[in-house]
Design a protein around this ligand. Structure first.
Ligand SMILES: Cc1ncc(COP(=O)(O)O)c(C=O)c1O
Length: 389
């Protein structure tokens, strides 16, 4: 077999060793509390499931869906953006449903990245931004997100030689893995930078509805001129706890959306219609579930942040999302600490290096585990006897 060279450019999966060790301990009957998975433990709201069940019985929904999605879903997405962010979108040209936002995040590089062109990606960041760049033949340039800069990129620090080759830039707020938020003023600066340099901004926003202390995060699309130069990826996964159903959307610049549709319509056949109609139900039905979920996540966040501070892992209290990004103590690498927590107190976390080189001094905790398991995890973390080396 003659494998394509692009496969060699994809870095090896970093968690192989740690996952093997977790499986090993579990096979010996040892109970592991895992903070490593960012997948909500709470169920999808029942009115959404009821709609899915009803629609699954309708024969018209058993056939191939239209690859650009049902008109009622386009409308529901546009109406949701208007209600939540006061952003006007043309449902036909400025909205495109996706098979989960990851699918669109992966495919958009095929529309904007030529051989050796550069994509600006945050470091640390969701790995799909750099992987899709590499698969498309481009080169990721890792823009540091540092604690000193509140985990926002400093556009001015990117060398001109890089900017001149860049065609796309990824942003993601509320941020995975750091938990940082961004202001509308920051998004406006991003628009100016992108327009000046003719770079498409892709804002990945699956966590705008997971926020704390009542502070609702803005949409990139609210920024003046955003539609001229950017798109925003969104998802029903985190808002309505529908990760397994695979449905999301991209909105914004109509030319970019048309380009993505051209690629997608040649590669996929859309989202099963019953799932599209369940998504309409989620977007247009009662939104009270969002506040109820956030109260639960906020309580978990506060408990976790407290124990981490007590045991000497410095953390910035997250503004939104499912993650707590904790600094490893002096003398540890993130992999050392991940191993030690696993072996000593049977707690699994994600080493920060999995999100980029700038994650080296951090570990990521997810709060998407049940309250019982969280309490057990906290009890174990309090008994950890490390911290100084
Ligand atoms: C930052 C970020 N973007 C995108 C996704 C993908 O979400 P989905 O494909 O479920 O919409 C995730 C999932 O964990 C994520 O953390």
């Amino acid at each position: 077999m003659q494998f394509a060279k692009r496969l060699d450019r994809l870095p090896p999966y970093l968690f192989v060793d740690i996952n093997r060790r977790i499986a090993d301990l579990r096979s010996k009957g040892i109970d592991i509390v895992t903070f490593a998975i960012g997948d909500p433990d709470l169920p999808t709201p029942s009115h959404v499931i009821d709609r899915l069940c009803r629609e699954a019985h309708v024969p018209a929904n058993h056939r191939y869906p239209e690859s650009d999605g049902l008109p009622e879903l386009h409308e529901a997405i546009a109406d949701w953006y208007k209600a939540r962010f006061d952003v006007e979108l043309d449902p036909d040209t400025e909205v495109l449903p996706l098979i989960g936002s990851k699918e669109g995040i992966g495919h958009i590089a095929l529309c904007f990245v030529e051989q050796d062109k550069v994509v600006l990606v945050p470091d640390p960041g969701y790995p799909v931004y750099s992987m899709s760049t590499i698969i498309a033949g481009g080169v990721p340039y890792f823009v540091p997100l540092t604690e000193e800069n509140a985990f926002l990129p400093d556009f001015e620090s990117i060398p001109e030689s890089v900017v001149s080759k860049a065609t796309m830039m990824w942003l993601n707020y509320p941020n995975n893995p750091t938990g940082a938020g961004a202001s509308l003023e920051f998004f406006e600066r991003a628009v100016q930078f992108a327009k000046k340099n003719d770079i498409l901004v892709c804002h990945d926003a699956p966590y705008t509805e997971v926020y704390f202390d009542g502070k609702k995060p803005p949409s990139f699309m609210q920024a003046e001129g955003a539609k001229d130069i950017g798109v925003e990826f969104h998802s029903l996964s985190k808002t309505y706890h529908m990760t397994g159903w695979r449905i999301g959307m991209v909105v914004g610049n109509k030319d970019a959306i048309r380009a993505l549709f051209t690629v997608k319509s040649n590669l996929d056949s859309g989202i099963p219609q019953a799932i599209q109609l369940a998504a309409v139900e989620a977007l247009t039905g009662s939104q009270s579930i969002v506040g109820e979920h956030n109260a639960i996540f906020q309580r978990r966040r506060d408990k976790l942040v407290k124990v981490l501070q007590d045991i000497g892992l410095r953390t910035r209290v997250p503004d939104g999302g499912f993650y707590v990004w904790a600094k490893v103590p002096e003398g540890y690498s993130c992999v050392d600490l991940t191993r030690e927590l696993l072996e000593q107190v049977h707690v699994a976390v994600t080493p920060g290096i999995g999100y980029g080189a700038r994650g080296e001094n951090y570990i990521r905790f997810s709060i998407t585990l049940s309250d019982d398991r969280l309490d057990e995890g906290i009890r174990r973390l309090s008994s950890w006897r490390g911290g100084v080396r």
